[in-house]
Design a protein around this ligand. Structure first.
Ligand SMILES: *Cc1c(COP(=O)(O)O)cnc(C)c1O
Length: 401
């Protein structure tokens, strides 16, 4: 049997919606993007949503909006995809990496310790779709207000560190019964091809800023900023008589095209009505199979505050070395099952090593990584395949312990 790791979920509804965009006479940012933005807001209850061309650029835009730049520090977990750090570096600020907990997510005491007078934002990452401790993170930001050195209007208005969740994995996850998107100041979703909801490439910035911010006004500013700082988008400008525009900000060019938004427009309602629960069913099947294996460390799924969006099934093998884990992965791959490792902690990667980050300072991140194997999880998997996956994994582990 051959089981791919994460093929996109493309059904007829998607094909029809994309064809509709292609035949409409309008293919870049226009009505499909607007529709996707309102669908994201409807489902997550985020006051406003702006779609952009990736989560990476969404994070950059959110940081730029808050005036974060050279000399500023942004706290991120060492255990994440590189984009979290690169977004911070691209806007000229310094990523301050901190260690995580055994649930894979950023550690609260580590955040507290890392805050200085230069810290402007925290980007917790909902690894695998498991929400971070947002009540406690907000409390830390509030407790450290005295250190916060506001340098522009938005920073003065907020009066504390900005909390941007890297929610690349967590659309559909809930925290205190609220969907991510309406939990943190700003949440950034990814619609990359392998994520729970996709537009091939794309991302969404959900605005949930506290008063005195007006989220509608901030949306309008961000929309303009995502389109070169131009006062009219191409769609509006293309209408007869609508030619005149102005450039009012040094904007980025990170808008999402309608052809891609169409994929998301078709996927999002299905995701919330059936695909997400299918992912959860698979996750629960894995949990019930591996809970009886003495060597298995189960990933977090739900507790009294949190429910995962089941983006990844991050299985760990108790007390195993990196070399043995790699052998297990080889054995699984030989049987045709594609598995993965999420993630290599950033200090293990050349760029960050050369910047001076040292894995020895992130023992929990390293321990999570060395024992981790991500299993396939997507709605197309049938019972036969799921049984084949778990049996293949169990055999490979037990032969290599
Ligand atoms: C995928 C991913 C991103 C980047 O998403 P893009 O849309 O590809 O820019 C950021 N953070 C995490 C944790 C991711 O997994």
């Amino acid at each position: 049997m051959k089981i791919p790791f994460s093929p996109p979920f493309i059904n007829n509804t998607v094909i029809q919606e994309v064809t509709d965009a292609l035949e409409s006479g309008w293919i870049t940012t226009g009505p499909k993007v607007k529709r996707l933005e309102s669908l994201v807001s409807e489902h997550t209850k985020a006051p406003n949503t702006l779609c952009v061309n990736s989560a990476t650029s969404g994070l950059m835009l959110a940081l730029k909006w808050f005036g974060v730049g050279s000399g500023d520090e942004v706290i991120i977990p060492a255990y994440t995809y590189s984009a979290t750090a690169l977004a911070v570096m691209h806007i000229g600020a310094t990523p301050i990496m901190v260690d995580v907990e055994s649930d894979f997510n950023i550690a609260l005491p580590a955040i507290e310790k890392a805050i200085t007078k230069n810290t402007k934002a925290i980007i917790p990452v909902d690894i695998a779709g498991w929400p971070c401790d947002y009540d406690e993170i907000l409390e830390i930001a509030n407790n450290k207000k005295a250190l916060f050195n506001a340098q522009n209007d938005n920073q003065r208005k907020l009066g504390r560190l900005l909390i941007i969740s890297d929610s690349a994995h967590s659309i559909g996850a809930t925290y205190n019964n609220q969907f991510l998107g309406s939990v943190t100041d700003i949440a950034v979703f990814s619609f990359h091809a392998v994520k729970n909801v996709t537009t091939a490439e794309g991302g969404a910035i959900c605005l949930n800023l506290p008063s005195p911010f007006n989220n509608d006004n901030e949306y309008n500013y961000l929309r303009c900023f995502s389109l070169n700082g131009q006062t009219k988008d191409a769609f509006t400008k293309s209408k007869a008589g609508g030619w005149r525009y102005d450039i009012i900000y040094p904007g980025l060019k990170i808008n999402m095209p309608d052809v891609l938004a169409a994929i998301g427009v078709a996927q999002l309602p299905d995701y919330f009505s059936s695909v997400l629960s299918k992912r959860r069913t698979i996750y629960e099947f894995y949990q019930s199979f591996f809970k009886d294996k003495p060597w298995a460390v189960l990933p977090p799924y739900k507790d009294n505050k949190k429910l995962s969006s089941c983006h990844l099934y991050a299985l760990r093998v108790h007390d195993i070395s990196e070399e043995k884990r790699d052998k297990i992965i080889d054995a699984i791959s030989k049987e045709g099952v594609a598995v993965n490792v999420h993630f290599q902690p950033l200090p293990l990667l050349t760029l960050f090593k050369e910047m001076g980050y040292n894995i020895n300072n992130y023992p929990v991140a390293y321990n999570n990584y060395k024992a981790e194997i991500s299993l396939p999880i997507y709605p197309q998997l049938n019972d036969n395949e799921l049984h084949y996956i778990v049996n293949t994994i169990a055999k490979a582990v037990e032969e290599n312990l």
